[in-house]
Write a protein that binds this ligand. Structure first.
Ligand code: NAP
Length: 312
């Protein structure tokens, strides 16, 4: 079993920032990641509100820079390490993977982020990868000259609808209310874009097709009226769910599964910290995840100092 000072779970902006801070404090740090580092932001085409990049920067490039910086200070990256559980042995924390590996450390920082929420309608899982997508940056280019829909009214839905107009001939935003939740600047850009139409007070009730998606059934929530709309792709952006299944029963979560922390970002278990999108009440922004990653690393450092002063 590998022995570290700090194990960081998750390689998005929060986890990578924790790694930079912790290794720069000369701690021995492992960063485990169920896929490869980058997190959700690595699937974002352009980030315009991360300071220091007035022209914007692509998600993959920004995350690659974070990773290089964490590597430079000596973080050990363990990719394809899907955490199945964390357990305690006195003050030590053992992080186990689904394929039987384990890491032992004095502190753990959880930065596992969140995953796209599913609509939960007939046809959604059947046509995922065959017309249904949760990532316009990954799949948008397959819809050149085609007709697509985006479900949702938040920042993600509108930002990705705008992105999809580069490829698709027409983008229909389907929103369950008659007002968008997205920031005004994005709303204005979408309203001005001739390729974008809106279906208000509407939800998708079914996704249909043969080998590929061919149509969706849209229901007006006010009148109950249903209609079939022919198109080629549906991009679903209706919010997210935290990646905390492996923590159930181990530490305190809120009713939606997000991790509850104190102001030092310590969870209900001493020496276990959480930061970024996985944390209750965190504002889901890269700059916030970065700030929280720094706080979690410094709190973990303080925890380790206290243990060492007590000679534990
Ligand atoms: P979000 O803000 O939670 O918006 C989710 C949208 O989906 C809402 O419009 C919601 O409708 C709708 N929705 C939720 N459940 C639904 C269901 N079952 N059926 C149909 N519609 C449903 O999620 P998000 O847009 O992914 O954003 C997540 C966070 O990331 C936010 O804090 C956002 O500001 C941030 N973000 C920021 C940027 C940026 O700054 N450029 C870009 C992307 C994301 P209602 O409006 O009716 O609730």
């Amino acid at each position: 079993m590998e022995n570290y000072d700090i194990t960081i779970i998750g390689g998005g902006p929060a986890g990578l920032t924790s790694a930079i801070y912790a290794t720069r404090s000369l701690r021995k740090v492992a960063l485990v990641e169920k896929g490869v580092p980058g997190g959700q932001i690595a699937t974002t085409d352009l980030i315009e509100n991360y300071p220091g990049f007035p022209e914007g920067i692509s998600g993959p490039e920004l995350m690659q820079r974070f990773e290089e910086q964490a590597k430079k200070f000596g973080t050990d990256f363990l990719n394809l390490f899907n955490v199945s559980e964390i357990s305690l042995e006195d003050n030590m924390k053992i992080v186990r993977s689904t394929d039987g590996r384990s890491i032992i450390s004095k502190a753990v920082i959880i930065a596992t982020g969140q995953n796209p929420r599913k609509l939960g309608v007939p046809g959604e899982s059947e046509f995922t990868g065959r017309g249904v997508s949760y990532c316009a940056t990954c799949d948008g280019a397959f819809f050149k000259g085609k007709k697509v829909a985006v479900v949702g009214g938040g920042n993600s839905a509108i930002q990705e609808a705008l992105y999809l107009t580069r490829f698709a001939d027409s983008v229909t935003v389907i929103h369950r209310r008659d007002q968008l939740r997205a920031d005004r600047i994005l709303q204005e850009r979408a309203f001005k874009n001739e390729k974008i139409q809106f279906l208000w007070n509407s939800v998708v009730s079914e996704i249909r097709g043969d080998q590929l998606l061919r149509s969706i059934v849209v229901k007006n929530v006010q009148t109950g009226e249903q209609k079939e709309v022919e198109l080629h792709g549906v991009f679903i952006y209706i919010g997210y769910e935290p990646n905390t299944d492996f923590l159930k029963g181990f530490l305190e979560l809120d009713e939606n599964g997000y991790i509850i922390t104190d102001e030092k970002l310590q969870t209900s278990i001493p020496g276990v910290f959480a930061c970024g999108d996985v944390r209750k009440n965190a504002l889901k922004q890269v700059s916030v995840a970065v700030g929280e990653g720094a706080v979690a690393a410094m709190s973990a450092e303080q925890y380790l100092d206290e243990l060492e002063n007590k000679n534990i």
